[in-house]
Every structure is written in C-alpha cells, then in structure tokens.
Design a protein around this ligand. Structure first.
Ligand code: IPM
Ligand code: MG
Length: 379
C-alpha cells in the first residue's frame, strides 16, 4: 500500500495542464502515493447542478490531503445560463467549490509564500521573501449575503441607526454582503503567522487591516493580534492599512516578511505579493486545517489557454512543495525547491510569461530532470 492517499482534482481549464506537470515531477521523485481522481468544477455544475458533488466530499474524507488545479467561477446570471436545460427549473445557485471546501473542511489558514527566486526576469527585486497568512473561512468570504434584503434582516440591521438612510432606496434595490469575523478566527490566523515566524526564524509579522474605517471587524482583529503578539516578544508586530500596504509592497517589498490578513484583504494582498515575484505563474498556496489540507496554485483556470500546455507550471510545482512540507516530507520539499530554483536560475527553459516559448510540460520535465538526478544521487 502507498504511504499516502492524495485526492487528485484537476478542476477546470489549465488545472489539467498543471496537474499533468505536477504528476510528472512527483513520479520523477518516486513519491510514495496513490492519487485518486475527484470530480470538481464547472463541468459538474453544468451537468449535475453541483460543482462539488457529495461523492467528492466523501472521497476527500478518505484521503490524507488533496491537490487541486484550478477552478472557473462565473457570476450568478452566466452560471444559470450554462446549466443543462433539465436543471434550469430547480432554482440552483452557483457557488465557488474552493470557497466551500475551505469552509466545509475548516481549512482556516491559507498560506501563500511569495519568494523571488534569483534569475526570474519578472522579479521586481531579488531579495523579496514574503509569506501571506490569509484567514480562509470567515470575513468577506463568509457567504452571508442578501439581495434583495429581507424586511426582517433590514429591521434587525436598523439597530444601527446608520442603516435607516438606506430604507428610502427600497429593499429590492439593496444588496448586502457581510464581513463577519470571530475572535477565534482572528486568533487562529495571527497565531499561525507568529508560529510560522518563530519556527522559520522570520523577522516580523505585519497585520494588514483597515481598523480606522472598519472599526469593529478591523478593531477586533487588531486587538487580538496585539494580544497574540505579546506571546512572541522577539518578533515585532507591525500594523498597516490595506491601502497603504499596497503602496509599500510595491515600493519596499524587501522590508516586509510575514503578512497576516482577513480573507478578502488576504486575497488581494497575495495577488499583489505574487506580482512582485513573477506573477501568478509562481504563486503557490496551501489551504490548511487542523487535520486536512488542500493544495492549489493561486492562479485561476485561464480558459483561453486550456489544454494548450502554455501556462507556467512553477506555481503548481511550488504548491507540491507546500504539500511535502505539510506531510512532513522535508527532504522531498527541499529537493523539489532546489530543483525549481536551479531551473529558474539557469533560465534555459520557460513559458510565455517569462518571455520564452517552452510548454508547461517541457518546463516540468526540466524540473523533473533536476530532482530526478538528485533523487538518484541520494538513493
Ligand atoms: C484565490 C482565488 C479564489 C478566491 C476564487 C477563485 C474564488 O482568487 O484563491 O485567491 O477568491 O479565494
Ligand atoms: Mg485570489
């Protein structure tokens, strides 16, 4: 029996291309795992009315973790139009399966390293090494939304007098998305960031929030962060507003280290951080819970490139590295990261985004050659 059972979820679009690349590299390392295909994505929305079928949830529960390619998400109206005709009368509403997975499996931490590997022509500078800790189950992504706003909800919200002035617009004309944050959620993500900083000997943790405007949610997060920081006297907590942080990360990215943020701010800041070190083609991510994790590159499904083997596999390969880390396979993780770093530094192969013309699989093969050689040398 293989050492690990890993759910294999290519999802949509280029998810298939990059997962093929991942498999090539995993096999070159003789990683002892069984990969079990799981259905997820747009196709299952269109034909079954559910982008995350129950059978997939059941399957995931029987595995150690999951590797995921990419997902296509579309706004409500477009999603409804693409449903199979026989499903259209059922009033189904599309939801993002990855957001649902994060909540269902309580994958509270989204870990997103953004590191400049020397030789990458797209690096803003070569000394950037950021790690974003994004709260992954609450905040603006909590999914508590209304349109129109039901009367009972409106009346309850009127406990805050600022709500009153919206009544004249008409409840049908109002849409509401909430930002619900718990003390537990704030504490867990901030502590995760500090623990990581401690074990990885990092210099600082920066809380990215907006407590001067989002006084209650931002305020709670800030208070909790200060309390948690007191347990780590050697690691300074810096506080920055999300808007200012977007500027500072472009101007002085090398001065920052670990960033911690609420779900949506983390979503935004992690794309920005990725842009400093080559873009989404290099951005890996790990959705981590207490006993399960789903690993996915930050990039989307890029439908126009689907099946063309054009996109950069590095984000996916760095994601596999995060999976090795989480599984406790430190040697594999190091070997893979070293191999990736060599391929980037040598710059002999690269996909279109780095100004070259190799395919997804050619780049993956070059990484596989590097790690394969290292694997053979160690055998
Ligand atoms: C990400 C993506 C997702 C998100 C989308 C695909 C729902 O942008 O993982 O950052 O917003 O979380
Ligand atoms: Mg995003």
């Amino acid at each position: 029996m293989a050492k690990y059972k890993i759910a294999w979820m290519p999802g949509d679009g280029v998810g298939h291309d990059v997962m093929e690349a991942a498999r090539l590299v995993l096999d070159s390392m003789h990683f002892d795992a069984e990969y079990i295909h799981a259905d997820i994505g747009w196709e299952f929305w269109c034909h079954e009315g559910d982008p995350l079928p129950q059978r997939t949830i059941d399957l995931l529960r029987k595995t150690d973790c999951a590797l995921f390619g990419a997902i296509t998400s579309k706004p409500n109206e477009e999603a409804a139009q693409e449903l199979a005709p026989e499903l259209r009368t059922r009033e189904l509403v599309y939801f993002s399966p990855i957001v649902k997975l994060r909540q269902l499996f309580n994958l509270h931490t989204n870990l997103r390293p953004c590191k400049a590997y020397p030789g990458n022509p797209l690096n803003l500078r070569d000394d950037i090494d950021l790690v974003v800790f994004r709260e992954n189950t609450e905040g603006m992504y909590g999914g508590v939304e209304f349109h129109p706003i039901p009367r009972a909800v409106f009346d309850a919200l009127c406990a805050n007098p600022k709500m009153k002035r919206f009544e004249s617009k008409g409840l049908d004309n109002l849409a509401l998305s909430t930002r619900i944050m718990s003390r537990q959620g704030c504490e867990s993500i901030v502590r995760g960031a500090f623990e990581y900083a401690k074990t990885h000997r990092r210099r600082s943790v920066t809380l990215v929030e907006k407590p001067n405007v989002l006084r209650e949610t931002g305020g709670l997060m800030t208070r909790v962060a200060r309390q948690v920081a007191a347990d780590y006297p050697d690691i300074p907590l810096w506080e920055a507003n999300i808007d200012a942080m977007c500027m500072w990360l472009v101007k002085k990215p090398h001065e920052y280290d670990i960033l911690v943020a609420e779900n949506m701010f983390g979503d935004i800041i992690s794309d920005l951080a990725a842009g400093l070190v080559g873009g989404l083609g290099f951005a890996s991510a790990a959705n981590i819970g207490d006993d399960y994790a789903v690993f996915e590159p930050t990039h989307g499904s890029a439908p126009k490139y689907a099946g063309q083997h054009k996109v950069n596999p590095m984000a996916m390969l760095l994601t596999v590295k995060l999976m090795f880390d989480w599984l406790g396979e430190a040697e594999h993780a190091q070997r893979l990261e070293d191999g990736i770093a060599v391929v980037i530094r040598e710059g002999k192969v690269g996909t279109y985004d780095v100004g070259m013309s190799n395919s997804t699989l050619e780049v993956a093969e070059e990484v596989a050659r590097q790690v394969g050689a290292a694997t053979a040398a160690n055998a």
